[in-house]
Write a protein that binds this ligand. Sequence first.
Ligand code: AMP
Ligand code: ZN
Length: 666
Amino acid sequence: MDMLPKILLLREELNQHNHNYYVLDTPEISDFDFDLKLKELQELEQSNPQFFDVNSPTQRVGGGITKNFVTVAHEQRMYSLDNSYSKEDLLEWEKRLQKQLGEVSLQYTCELKYDGASMSITYEKGRLIRAVTRGDGFQGDDVTNNIKTIRSIPLKLKGNYPPKFDIRGEIILPFKGFEKMNQDLIEIGETPYSNPRNTASGSLKLQDSAEVAKRPLDCLLYSIVGENLPFNSQFEGLETAREWGFKVPAAAKLANNLDEVFNFIDYWDVHRHKLPYETDGVVVKVNNHHYQEELGYTAKSPRWAIAYKFKSEQVATVLNSISYQVGRTGAITPVANLEPVQLAGTVVKRASLHNADQIEKLDIRVGDTVFVEKGGEIIPKIIAVDLSQRPSSAEHTLYITHCPECESELVRLEGGANHYCPNFYGCPPQIIGRIQHYISRKAMDIEGLGGETVALLYNNGLVQNYADLYTLNVDQIVPLERMAQKSAENLVKGVNESKSIPFERVLYALGIRFVGETVAKKLAKHYKNIDALSQATLMDLILVDEIGERIAQSVIDFFENDENRLIIERLKEYGVQFEIVEKVNLNATNILEGKVFVVSGVFTQFSRDDLKKAIEDNGGKVGSSISSKTHYVLAGDNMGPAKLDKANKLNIPIISEIEFMEMLKK
Ligand code: AMP
Ligand code: ZN
């Protein structure tokens, strides 16, 4: 049978949904339905390899490895921009323009200057064929494989496009995605990235495009270059790019004179702080292409465009002291305690100093007057020391040599920038941090127990490690500060319920360095239970997909430790899950006869389809929405709040996949 029409239709449909979601920000179907369609397309393409297309939406997940990026010449040079820092600069710029063009009245396109990595993308016959970094402006690196994973970049265009053109834009990493990436790194004890811009450009040069696909990159477009373009001004170019499917920020505006340009600048100087990504100025471009041609280029940049740089908000304040924080993995972070000062709408009291090298580089000393700047990140940065203000008594900063919490001598890993406290089992913030990680939402998700309570329990000598949580009883907890009968009962109940958390999450919860959520899943799937994992050799571990030597060694170290082994033995005794629950027992029974289930959310052990099938194979029914006729709601993660509310109102029991499995075993 000819599957081509079906395949083409699905591709078309998925392209449109990608566009709705990533460019227009108005999704029309649920992620779940999208995934179903994508899966259907993947299957069709697999069984009909003759219809393979490098630009199919299935190719977005990446997988191609680039060992060496090929250098490619830009067909048209990618120029820099001249900078300006004041309105006077812009008035002078206009004078120069009018000197060359005569006394014409000029319109300008105003755009934001996005702070990322610039890129030129070539389209032929409406299909993306190549993406090249700016490089030195004449030639750059071919990063096509990586660029294709960015969902907002169309692989196929819509509408009436010319047969060939290049489009230029900026690859950016929005703050939210950047912070999420950093949180994940901190979770597993790695050093976070320093800023979104460098992380974005670094991402483009990753060898494995599947890795790039996981990063929440975006691409904002600002200019089309080519021959016989169907428009003759910059602003129309932007509008046309939108019609073809590109993401062009809505802020871009046509100004009829410089006063309107100034208004644009004044507006965005304030409002840019609310944008989801970093901008560092405004780019003003002569709108009309004929004028642009007449004006031409200098050796470095177009005469018809200029960047206006925002003044980054900086203030001077005094460094009162430096304190040192100890993280869950023992990593030391130096923090600057500042004389409180107003900056970009908030009072700043602290700033990160990153590590010993940073302190050395700034030669920062207590008593110094320092300049503080607020970028997109939440914690402000110290950018420089005002040496002219240095008090004569200021002493060179000596980095601590011993842990401020437990006095152990600090170590510095080879090649690493951070100092660590090696006293894994005796250093209070490390002990508390590990237990806090264990109970966190993505790990054991223990309800009724928060980070502060963990500290309280530890400080009162009730817990020394996460296994101790399972020995707590209500009478021990009630006398503690801010604790009452009810909250103590909830705590014990929450700890008890964590025994049904699946193995892969338990593995993540153990807090083995470098074992994040994804790695824990891989290891759980591969080894199936903790005994097999704990006996694995280095060679063995390295053979597992995506496990490198560093992770493997960390796993080995963890299990070689007697204390860890003891804790795991205890957890086993308490009934925590240390093996993967095998697939649904598909022996048909009538155990669920007459029972109606509604299945909702995302599951970790089984697919939603498996669960539905299991319900039906065992005599139950699957309902589509919660009503008084529903007997059970089988809920995974991320179940919608409306559904949860409804189930609670109707008093319908909500069960997890583990509890469901228990039901079938009976
Ligand atoms: P610079 O690197 O300071 O010479 O500035 C030029 C760079 O600004 C270009 O290479 C682009 O990557 C970047 N840029 C960001 N936003 C825009 C925009 N709206 N129009 C033109 N260039 C932009
Ligand atoms: Zn310590």
